[in-house]
Ligand binder design. Sequence first.
Ligand code: GAL
Length: 416
Amino acid sequence: MFKISSLTAAVLLATVAVSARAGEVEVLHYLTSGGEAKSVVELKKIMQAKGHTWKDFAVAGGGGDNAATVLKSRVVSGNPPAAAQVKGPAIQEWAAEGVLANLDKIANAEKWDSLLPKAVADVMKYKGNYVAVPVNVHRVNWVWANPEVLKKAGVAGMPKNYDEFFVAADKIKAAGLIAVAHGGQNWQDFTTFESVVLGVGGARFYNDALVKLDAKSLNSDTMKKSLETFRRIKGYTDAASAGRDWNLTTALVMQGKAGFQFMGDWAKGEFLAAGKVPGKDFLCAAAPGTANAYTFNVDSFAMFKLKAADAQKAQGDLATAIMGTEFQEVFNLNKGSIPVRLNMKMDKFDDCAKTSAKDFVDTAKTGSLVPSIAHGMAVSPAAEGAIKDAVSQFWNNDKISVADAMKAITSAAATK
Ligand code: GAL
Protein backbone atom coordinates (compact mmCIF):
# COMPACT_ATOMS: atom_id res chain seq x y z
CA MET A 1 0.00 0.00 0.00
CA PHE A 2 1.12 3.51 -0.73
CA LYS A 3 2.27 5.11 2.50
CA ILE A 4 3.14 8.68 3.21
CA SER A 5 4.77 9.96 6.35
CA SER A 6 2.82 12.44 8.42
CA LEU A 7 5.42 15.11 7.57
CA THR A 8 4.95 14.57 3.84
CA ALA A 9 1.21 14.65 4.34
CA ALA A 10 1.46 17.96 6.14
CA VAL A 11 3.62 19.42 3.39
CA LEU A 12 1.21 18.15 0.74
CA LEU A 13 -1.76 19.59 2.57
CA ALA A 14 -0.01 22.94 2.97
CA THR A 15 0.82 23.02 -0.73
CA VAL A 16 -2.77 22.26 -1.66
CA ALA A 17 -3.97 24.94 0.73
CA VAL A 18 -1.63 27.54 -0.75
CA SER A 19 -2.43 26.71 -4.35
CA ALA A 20 -6.17 26.77 -3.67
CA ARG A 21 -5.79 30.30 -2.38
CA ALA A 22 -3.16 31.50 -4.81
CA GLY A 23 -4.32 33.75 -7.59
CA GLU A 24 -3.11 36.08 -10.25
CA VAL A 25 -2.82 39.74 -9.58
CA GLU A 26 -2.61 42.07 -12.54
CA VAL A 27 -1.17 45.46 -11.66
CA LEU A 28 -1.34 48.42 -14.04
CA HIS A 29 1.30 51.05 -13.29
CA TYR A 30 3.68 53.56 -14.86
CA LEU A 31 6.72 52.75 -12.76
CA THR A 32 9.11 52.17 -15.64
CA SER A 33 12.22 54.32 -15.03
CA GLY A 34 15.30 52.81 -13.36
CA GLY A 35 14.41 53.77 -9.79
CA GLU A 36 10.70 53.13 -10.25
CA ALA A 37 11.23 49.67 -11.73
CA LYS A 38 13.45 48.74 -8.80
CA SER A 39 10.75 49.79 -6.37
CA VAL A 40 7.85 47.99 -8.02
CA VAL A 41 9.81 44.76 -8.29
CA GLU A 42 9.77 44.63 -4.49
CA LEU A 43 6.01 44.36 -4.49
CA LYS A 44 6.18 41.64 -7.08
CA LYS A 45 8.62 39.69 -4.90
CA ILE A 46 6.35 39.94 -1.84
CA MET A 47 3.35 38.73 -3.84
CA GLN A 48 5.29 35.86 -5.37
CA ALA A 49 6.49 34.83 -1.91
CA LYS A 50 2.82 34.52 -0.94
CA GLY A 51 2.36 32.11 -3.84
CA HIS A 52 0.53 34.50 -6.16
CA THR A 53 1.29 35.20 -9.81
CA TRP A 54 2.21 38.78 -10.65
CA LYS A 55 1.02 39.97 -14.03
CA ASP A 56 2.87 43.16 -14.79
CA PHE A 57 1.01 45.77 -16.80
CA ALA A 58 3.48 48.64 -17.15
CA VAL A 59 2.49 51.59 -19.32
CA ALA A 60 5.43 53.93 -19.86
CA GLY A 61 4.93 57.67 -19.64
CA GLY A 62 5.87 59.95 -16.75
CA GLY A 63 3.04 61.47 -14.77
CA GLY A 64 0.73 58.61 -15.75
CA ASP A 65 -1.39 60.14 -18.54
CA ASN A 66 -0.79 57.16 -20.84
CA ALA A 67 -1.57 54.72 -18.04
CA ALA A 68 -4.84 56.54 -17.30
CA THR A 69 -5.93 56.22 -20.94
CA VAL A 70 -5.14 52.51 -21.05
CA LEU A 71 -6.93 51.96 -17.75
CA LYS A 72 -10.09 53.61 -19.09
CA SER A 73 -10.25 51.31 -22.09
CA ARG A 74 -9.70 48.23 -19.93
CA VAL A 75 -12.44 49.16 -17.48
CA VAL A 76 -14.88 50.21 -20.21
CA SER A 77 -14.40 46.83 -21.91
CA GLY A 78 -15.33 45.13 -18.63
CA ASN A 79 -11.87 43.73 -18.03
CA PRO A 80 -10.19 45.80 -15.30
CA PRO A 81 -6.84 44.86 -13.78
CA ALA A 82 -6.84 43.88 -10.09
CA ALA A 83 -5.05 47.09 -9.16
CA ALA A 84 -4.04 50.28 -10.93
CA GLN A 85 -1.80 53.20 -10.00
CA VAL A 86 -4.48 55.83 -9.49
CA LYS A 87 -4.39 58.71 -7.02
CA GLY A 88 -6.10 61.74 -5.58
CA PRO A 89 -9.53 62.84 -6.81
CA ALA A 90 -9.31 60.30 -9.66
CA ILE A 91 -9.91 57.59 -7.03
CA GLN A 92 -13.26 59.18 -6.22
CA GLU A 93 -14.17 59.34 -9.89
CA TRP A 94 -13.48 55.65 -10.41
CA ALA A 95 -15.35 54.75 -7.24
CA ALA A 96 -18.37 56.77 -8.37
CA GLU A 97 -18.46 54.52 -11.46
CA GLY A 98 -19.06 51.60 -9.12
CA VAL A 99 -16.04 49.64 -10.34
CA LEU A 100 -13.83 49.66 -7.24
CA ALA A 101 -13.70 46.93 -4.61
CA ASN A 102 -14.57 47.54 -0.97
CA LEU A 103 -11.46 46.84 1.13
CA ASP A 104 -13.03 47.53 4.53
CA LYS A 105 -12.79 43.96 5.80
CA ILE A 106 -9.01 44.04 5.48
CA ALA A 107 -8.71 47.71 6.45
CA ASN A 108 -10.67 47.17 9.67
CA ALA A 109 -8.83 43.98 10.59
CA GLU A 110 -5.48 45.69 10.04
CA LYS A 111 -6.58 49.02 11.56
CA TRP A 112 -5.59 51.15 8.57
CA ASP A 113 -7.27 54.19 10.11
CA SER A 114 -4.65 54.17 12.84
CA LEU A 115 -1.76 53.55 10.41
CA LEU A 116 -2.39 56.46 8.03
CA PRO A 117 -2.60 60.24 8.34
CA LYS A 118 -6.34 61.03 8.28
CA ALA A 119 -5.99 63.34 5.27
CA VAL A 120 -4.49 60.45 3.28
CA ALA A 121 -7.00 57.86 4.52
CA ASP A 122 -9.86 60.13 3.43
CA VAL A 123 -8.54 60.18 -0.14
CA MET A 124 -8.37 56.36 -0.17
CA LYS A 125 -12.05 56.07 0.85
CA TYR A 126 -15.24 56.54 -1.08
CA LYS A 127 -18.31 57.19 1.05
CA GLY A 128 -16.34 56.01 4.06
CA ASN A 129 -15.15 52.71 2.53
CA TYR A 130 -11.55 52.00 1.58
CA VAL A 131 -11.19 51.48 -2.19
CA ALA A 132 -7.47 52.25 -2.64
CA VAL A 133 -4.20 51.71 -0.78
CA PRO A 134 -1.42 54.32 -0.50
CA VAL A 135 2.23 53.44 -1.05
CA ASN A 136 4.19 56.61 -0.33
CA VAL A 137 4.50 60.35 0.06
CA HIS A 138 6.43 62.14 -2.65
CA ARG A 139 7.44 65.75 -2.17
CA VAL A 140 7.20 67.68 -5.42
CA ASN A 141 8.80 71.03 -4.53
CA TRP A 142 12.43 69.99 -4.87
CA VAL A 143 15.36 71.19 -6.90
CA TRP A 144 18.15 68.69 -7.66
CA ALA A 145 21.68 69.76 -8.43
CA ASN A 146 25.08 68.49 -9.42
CA PRO A 147 27.65 69.84 -6.90
CA GLU A 148 30.52 69.53 -9.40
CA VAL A 149 28.67 71.75 -11.86
CA LEU A 150 27.95 74.30 -9.14
CA LYS A 151 31.62 74.27 -8.15
CA LYS A 152 32.83 74.67 -11.72
CA ALA A 153 30.48 77.61 -12.21
CA GLY A 154 31.43 79.24 -8.91
CA VAL A 155 28.03 78.78 -7.28
CA ALA A 156 28.44 78.59 -3.50
CA GLY A 157 25.33 76.63 -2.51
CA MET A 158 21.74 75.80 -3.28
CA PRO A 159 19.69 78.94 -4.06
CA LYS A 160 17.15 79.81 -1.38
CA ASN A 161 15.09 82.24 -3.42
CA TYR A 162 14.68 83.28 -7.04
CA ASP A 163 17.20 86.13 -6.85
CA GLU A 164 19.86 83.64 -5.80
CA PHE A 165 18.59 81.11 -8.29
CA PHE A 166 18.97 83.39 -11.31
CA VAL A 167 22.43 84.51 -10.20
CA ALA A 168 23.45 80.85 -9.97
CA ALA A 169 21.79 80.00 -13.29
CA ASP A 170 23.66 82.84 -15.03
CA LYS A 171 26.96 81.50 -13.71
CA ILE A 172 26.24 77.97 -14.91
CA LYS A 173 25.22 79.27 -18.32
CA ALA A 174 28.42 81.35 -18.49
CA ALA A 175 30.40 78.18 -17.72
CA GLY A 176 28.96 76.68 -20.91
CA LEU A 177 26.64 74.19 -19.19
CA ILE A 178 22.86 73.77 -19.10
CA ALA A 179 21.61 75.72 -16.09
CA VAL A 180 18.18 74.04 -15.88
CA ALA A 181 17.61 70.52 -17.13
CA HIS A 182 14.01 70.40 -18.26
CA GLY A 183 12.09 67.69 -20.05
CA GLY A 184 9.56 69.15 -22.43
CA GLN A 185 6.32 67.36 -21.63
CA ASN A 186 3.26 69.15 -20.33
CA TRP A 187 3.30 67.49 -16.91
CA GLN A 188 6.96 68.48 -16.45
CA ASP A 189 6.18 72.11 -17.34
CA PHE A 190 3.34 71.92 -14.82
CA THR A 191 5.61 70.44 -12.13
CA THR A 192 8.00 73.38 -12.46
CA PHE A 193 5.10 75.83 -12.61
CA GLU A 194 3.51 74.71 -9.34
CA SER A 195 6.86 74.97 -7.53
CA VAL A 196 7.29 78.49 -8.90
CA VAL A 197 3.78 79.50 -7.75
CA LEU A 198 4.56 78.09 -4.30
CA GLY A 199 7.92 79.88 -4.16
CA VAL A 200 6.63 83.23 -5.41
CA GLY A 201 3.26 83.30 -3.66
CA GLY A 202 3.63 81.05 -0.62
CA ALA A 203 1.43 78.17 0.53
CA ARG A 204 -1.71 80.18 1.16
CA PHE A 205 -1.63 81.73 -2.30
CA TYR A 206 -0.88 78.32 -3.85
CA ASN A 207 -3.88 76.90 -2.06
CA ASP A 208 -6.20 79.69 -3.18
CA ALA A 209 -5.00 79.67 -6.78
CA LEU A 210 -4.21 76.03 -7.54
CA VAL A 211 -6.37 74.06 -5.12
CA LYS A 212 -9.45 76.23 -4.65
CA LEU A 213 -9.02 77.62 -8.19
CA ASP A 214 -10.14 81.03 -6.95
CA ALA A 215 -10.51 83.31 -9.99
CA LYS A 216 -9.27 86.40 -8.17
CA SER A 217 -6.03 84.66 -7.20
CA LEU A 218 -5.60 83.25 -10.70
CA ASN A 219 -5.74 86.82 -12.00
CA SER A 220 -3.66 88.50 -9.34
CA ASP A 221 -0.31 90.30 -9.36
CA THR A 222 1.16 87.29 -7.59
CA MET A 223 0.08 85.02 -10.44
CA LYS A 224 1.53 87.54 -12.89
CA LYS A 225 4.85 87.45 -11.04
CA SER A 226 4.73 83.62 -10.95
CA LEU A 227 4.23 83.41 -14.70
CA GLU A 228 7.01 85.91 -15.34
CA THR A 229 9.38 83.92 -13.13
CA PHE A 230 8.31 80.66 -14.80
CA ARG A 231 9.00 82.15 -18.25
CA ARG A 232 12.35 83.46 -17.11
CA ILE A 233 13.40 79.93 -16.07
CA LYS A 234 12.77 78.73 -19.61
CA GLY A 235 15.64 80.93 -20.80
CA TYR A 236 17.99 78.64 -18.89
CA THR A 237 16.86 75.36 -20.46
CA ASP A 238 18.50 73.72 -23.48
CA ALA A 239 17.08 73.65 -27.00
CA ALA A 240 16.83 69.83 -27.00
CA SER A 241 14.41 69.65 -24.09
CA ALA A 242 11.23 69.25 -26.19
CA GLY A 243 9.63 65.88 -25.57
CA ARG A 244 12.44 64.63 -23.34
CA ASP A 245 11.51 62.18 -20.58
CA TRP A 246 12.02 63.29 -16.99
CA ASN A 247 14.51 60.53 -16.17
CA LEU A 248 16.70 61.35 -19.18
CA THR A 249 16.58 64.91 -17.93
CA THR A 250 17.73 63.81 -14.48
CA ALA A 251 20.56 61.99 -16.26
CA LEU A 252 21.83 65.33 -17.60
CA VAL A 253 22.30 66.52 -14.02
CA MET A 254 23.86 63.21 -13.07
CA GLN A 255 26.35 63.36 -15.94
CA GLY A 256 27.45 66.88 -15.09
CA LYS A 257 25.91 68.36 -18.22
CA ALA A 258 23.34 70.41 -16.31
CA GLY A 259 23.18 72.21 -12.97
CA PHE A 260 19.60 72.05 -11.70
CA GLN A 261 16.37 70.14 -12.25
CA PHE A 262 12.96 70.98 -10.78
CA MET A 263 11.35 67.61 -10.09
CA GLY A 264 9.63 65.59 -7.39
CA ASP A 265 11.72 63.15 -5.38
CA TRP A 266 11.19 60.26 -7.79
CA ALA A 267 14.26 61.94 -9.37
CA LYS A 268 16.18 60.80 -6.31
CA GLY A 269 15.21 57.23 -7.20
CA GLU A 270 17.10 57.72 -10.46
CA PHE A 271 20.23 59.07 -8.78
CA LEU A 272 20.18 56.19 -6.28
CA ALA A 273 19.57 53.53 -8.94
CA ALA A 274 22.69 54.86 -10.69
CA GLY A 275 24.68 54.41 -7.47
CA LYS A 276 24.93 58.14 -6.72
CA VAL A 277 25.27 59.33 -3.15
CA PRO A 278 23.10 62.18 -1.84
CA GLY A 279 25.08 65.14 -0.48
CA LYS A 280 28.13 64.01 -2.46
CA ASP A 281 27.18 63.22 -6.05
CA PHE A 282 23.94 65.16 -6.04
CA LEU A 283 22.18 67.73 -3.87
CA CYS A 284 18.54 68.13 -2.92
CA ALA A 285 16.93 71.32 -1.67
CA ALA A 286 13.44 72.73 -1.51
CA ALA A 287 12.68 74.71 -4.67
CA PRO A 288 13.53 78.43 -4.27
CA GLY A 289 11.33 80.12 -1.69
CA THR A 290 9.58 76.90 -0.61
CA ALA A 291 11.63 75.60 2.31
CA ASN A 292 8.70 76.07 4.69
CA ALA A 293 6.09 74.52 2.44
CA TYR A 294 5.43 71.08 0.99
CA THR A 295 3.56 69.96 -2.12
CA PHE A 296 2.60 66.34 -1.50
CA ASN A 297 1.94 63.60 -4.00
CA VAL A 298 0.70 60.29 -2.61
CA ASP A 299 0.91 57.33 -4.98
CA SER A 300 -1.72 54.68 -4.45
CA PHE A 301 -3.28 51.64 -6.01
CA ALA A 302 -7.02 51.55 -6.59
CA MET A 303 -8.45 48.04 -6.37
CA PHE A 304 -11.03 46.99 -8.94
CA LYS A 305 -13.98 44.64 -8.38
CA LEU A 306 -13.07 41.10 -9.38
CA LYS A 307 -15.28 38.01 -9.66
CA ALA A 308 -13.10 34.96 -8.99
CA ALA A 309 -12.43 34.09 -5.36
CA ASP A 310 -8.73 33.34 -5.91
CA ALA A 311 -8.25 36.67 -7.69
CA GLN A 312 -9.99 38.46 -4.82
CA LYS A 313 -7.71 36.69 -2.37
CA ALA A 314 -4.62 37.76 -4.32
CA GLN A 315 -5.93 41.31 -4.46
CA GLY A 316 -6.51 41.37 -0.69
CA ASP A 317 -2.99 40.07 -0.11
CA LEU A 318 -1.68 42.84 -2.36
CA ALA A 319 -3.47 45.44 -0.25
CA THR A 320 -2.06 43.91 2.94
CA ALA A 321 1.44 43.80 1.44
CA ILE A 322 1.31 47.46 0.40
CA MET A 323 0.39 48.55 3.92
CA GLY A 324 3.04 46.30 5.48
CA THR A 325 6.18 47.77 7.05
CA GLU A 326 8.48 45.61 4.92
CA PHE A 327 7.08 46.95 1.65
CA GLN A 328 6.70 50.53 2.86
CA GLU A 329 10.39 50.62 3.72
CA VAL A 330 11.98 48.89 0.76
CA PHE A 331 9.69 50.44 -1.87
CA ASN A 332 10.33 53.96 -0.66
CA LEU A 333 14.07 53.47 -0.24
CA ASN A 334 14.13 52.82 -3.98
CA LYS A 335 11.44 55.23 -5.09
CA GLY A 336 12.85 58.39 -3.51
CA SER A 337 9.69 58.97 -1.48
CA ILE A 338 8.93 58.38 2.21
CA PRO A 339 6.58 55.80 3.73
CA VAL A 340 2.98 56.94 4.06
CA ARG A 341 2.41 54.52 6.94
CA LEU A 342 2.83 56.34 10.24
CA ASN A 343 5.57 55.65 12.79
CA MET A 344 7.96 53.96 10.40
CA LYS A 345 11.65 53.91 11.30
CA MET A 346 13.62 56.27 9.06
CA ASP A 347 17.15 55.13 9.98
CA LYS A 348 17.83 53.50 6.61
CA PHE A 349 16.70 56.60 4.71
CA ASP A 350 19.03 59.37 3.46
CA ASP A 351 19.03 63.02 4.48
CA CYS A 352 16.75 64.15 1.64
CA ALA A 353 14.12 61.68 2.83
CA LYS A 354 14.65 62.67 6.47
CA THR A 355 14.14 66.34 5.54
CA SER A 356 11.02 65.36 3.64
CA ALA A 357 9.64 63.38 6.60
CA LYS A 358 10.30 66.22 9.03
CA ASP A 359 8.88 68.89 6.72
CA PHE A 360 5.79 66.76 6.03
CA VAL A 361 4.96 66.81 9.74
CA ASP A 362 6.00 70.45 10.34
CA THR A 363 4.14 71.91 7.34
CA ALA A 364 1.00 69.99 8.29
CA LYS A 365 1.03 71.92 11.57
CA THR A 366 1.58 75.33 9.99
CA GLY A 367 -0.96 74.86 7.19
CA SER A 368 1.64 74.92 4.43
CA LEU A 369 1.24 71.29 3.42
CA VAL A 370 -0.55 71.53 0.08
CA PRO A 371 -1.61 68.98 -2.56
CA SER A 372 0.31 68.90 -5.85
CA ILE A 373 -1.92 69.97 -8.73
CA ALA A 374 0.55 68.71 -11.33
CA HIS A 375 0.42 65.22 -9.81
CA GLY A 376 -3.25 64.59 -9.49
CA MET A 377 -3.73 65.55 -5.87
CA ALA A 378 -5.53 68.88 -5.90
CA VAL A 379 -8.36 69.17 -8.42
CA SER A 380 -10.49 67.02 -10.72
CA PRO A 381 -8.61 65.30 -13.56
CA ALA A 382 -10.58 67.39 -16.09
CA ALA A 383 -9.62 70.75 -14.58
CA GLU A 384 -6.06 69.56 -14.02
CA GLY A 385 -5.69 68.54 -17.66
CA ALA A 386 -7.07 71.84 -18.94
CA ILE A 387 -4.86 73.99 -16.69
CA LYS A 388 -1.86 71.83 -17.55
CA ASP A 389 -2.44 72.51 -21.26
CA ALA A 390 -2.78 76.27 -20.71
CA VAL A 391 0.44 76.37 -18.66
CA SER A 392 2.30 74.33 -21.28
CA GLN A 393 1.14 76.52 -24.13
CA PHE A 394 2.45 79.54 -22.29
CA TRP A 395 5.77 77.78 -21.64
CA ASN A 396 6.14 76.74 -25.27
CA ASN A 397 5.00 79.92 -26.97
CA ASP A 398 6.78 83.13 -26.05
CA LYS A 399 4.19 85.12 -27.98
CA ILE A 400 1.48 84.36 -25.42
CA SER A 401 1.40 87.31 -23.01
CA VAL A 402 1.24 86.84 -19.25
CA ALA A 403 -2.18 88.50 -19.24
CA ASP A 404 -3.51 86.06 -21.85
CA ALA A 405 -2.02 83.13 -19.97
CA MET A 406 -3.86 84.21 -16.83
CA LYS A 407 -7.10 84.36 -18.78
CA ALA A 408 -6.50 80.93 -20.32
CA ILE A 409 -5.66 79.38 -16.95
CA THR A 410 -8.74 80.91 -15.35
CA SER A 411 -11.09 79.58 -18.00
CA ALA A 412 -9.34 76.18 -17.90
CA ALA A 413 -9.92 76.11 -14.13
CA ALA A 414 -13.68 76.18 -14.74
CA THR A 415 -13.52 72.87 -16.68
CA LYS A 416 -15.88 70.32 -15.18
C1 GAL B 1 4.25 61.04 -10.56
C2 GAL B 1 4.12 59.80 -9.72
C3 GAL B 1 5.46 59.31 -9.36
C4 GAL B 1 6.34 59.18 -10.57
C5 GAL B 1 6.26 60.37 -11.51
C6 GAL B 1 6.93 60.15 -12.85
O1 GAL B 1 2.98 61.53 -10.90
O2 GAL B 1 3.39 60.10 -8.57
O3 GAL B 1 5.34 58.10 -8.67
O4 GAL B 1 6.01 58.02 -11.21
O5 GAL B 1 4.95 60.76 -11.74
O6 GAL B 1 6.22 59.25 -13.63
